[in-house]
Design a protein around this ligand. Structure first.
Ligand code: GN1
Ligand code: MG
Length: 365
């Protein structure tokens, strides 16, 4: 049984399924928005988990339960400010009470509640949007700041451990030496010049300067839902990569995504730049919700985090290109190369504005 409607029926809380549309722009899982005809809910999200990436999807589901339950409890400790609607996605069960469904082909499906009257964007609209994106990540970290990280399983070992991506990269090109071009050579050179510094966050972690907390893992701009009426952030979605890690991975990822006005899928990679006005707004929003649990050392590594996570994503795209596109879904043959170039251009722009970015962090500290 591989018909999408039949799969949606497994989870359907009530009402008739009247539409199933591809949804969002995820690079790993396949996501659909299911529309129901009159029932207690109007929509839900149906996803096929990519089990090549998430080898043990049951662990992803378990983390999701732990994290969402904890956030719901924490909302009593730190309620959202007046006028804000804050929604936490929840897992929908099948009719026989399971948190997933395996279809006839062995594909792993799960369903998640949809945040109504909210939308996500691929790029930042203005400083207000940026501040809200930062605040949403700060709220997320704050709600989870007292969750013991031992309660979470590492569903993606090595995720955001930059030195491991470098190792992976070192092993890749030999197999696909035919992927040579001016752009690919630029990437090779780019990585080479920065490989000595790529251990910066892992070293600080190993020395006990930075400590593990619960992180989102993928807080890019299109995972932050904005209320269509108030314009305020209404929640963070895509909890697949929640795990113990450094909040720096998240801060870096949120900034690299929000401060790139051209978006990570642009083909005009030469024009990509890092917008420091947006950076200030995102950090201001983040700190308004997260200052409480941050240490002095956390601030010391903020600049490195945005440079590093941007570099890391470029490296991951480039490695995947060299390997023949085995991880990220691509729409055309050079897609991962184009994505890598966008991130590397963004890194260059971050590096050339180091003083300004460090200045923003200092001002807000
Ligand atoms: C992937 O699939 P998606 O779009 O949620 C990736 C992230 C990257 C992101 C870049 C599990 O996320 O790490 O930052 O693409 N997720 C995984 O858009 O590797
Ligand atoms: Mg994701």
């Amino acid at each position: 049984m591989n018909n999408l409607a039949d799969i949606a029926e497994q989870f359907k809380p009530s009402g008739r399924v009247v539409g199933i549309d591809e949804h969002g722009s995820g690079n790993i899982n396949k996501t659909y928005l299911v529309t129901l005809a009159s029932g207690e809910i109007n929509h839900f999200i149906l996803q096929r988990i990519n089990t090549q990436v998430f080898r043990q999807p049951e662990h992803v589901m378990q983390n999701m339960q732990v994290v969402t339950e904890h956030m719901r409890m924490s909302l009593r400790r730190v309620p959202p400010d007046a006028g804000r609607r804050w929604k936490i996605p929840h897992v929908l069960l099948t009719h026989d009470g399971k948190d997933h469904f395996v279809d006839g082909d062995g594909a792993y499906w799960r369903a998640i509640s949809f945040i109504e009257d909210a939308q996500a964007f691929d790029t930042i609209k203005d400083a207000g949007h940026a501040e809200e994106a930062g605040r949403a990540l700060g709220m997320f970290h704050n709600l989870l700041s007292d969750l013991p990280t031992e309660r979470l399983i590492d569903t993606l070992p090595g995720f955001h451990i930059t030195p491991l991506y470098l190792r992976d990269y070192d092993e890749a090109p030999a197999k696909h030496s035919e992927r040579k071009s001016v752009e690919a050579n630029y990437c090779v050179q780019f990585v080479k010049e920065r490989s000595g510094w790529a251990h910066v966050l892992e070293n600080a972690k190993a020395k006990g300067i930075l400590r593990l907390r619960t992180i989102h893992g993928d807080p890019k701009i299109n995972n932050i839902m904005m209320d269509i009426r108030s314009g305020l952030a209404a929640g963070i979605i895509d909890l697949d990569t929640v795990k113990p890690g450094l909040v720096h991975y998240d801060i870096g990822d949120c900034l690299r995504s929000c401060c790139n006005p051209m978006g990570e899928e642009t083909e005009k990679w030469e024009a990509v730049y890092f917008d420091t006005v947006i950076c200030r707004a995102v950090l201001r929003g983040y700190l308004s919700a997260a200052r409480e649990f941050l240490t002095e050392s956390d601030f010391d590594y903020m600049y490195d985090s945005v440079r590093l996570i941007t570099f890391e994503l470029g490296l991951r795209f480039f490695t995947d290109y060299l390997k023949g596109d085995v991880y990220f879904r691509v729409r055309y043959p050079e897609h991962n190369l184009a994505r890598a170039l966008v991130q590397f251009k963004l890194v260059e722009s971050i590096e050339s504005q180091e003083r300004a970015i460090r200045g923003i962090i200092r001002d807000l500290r």
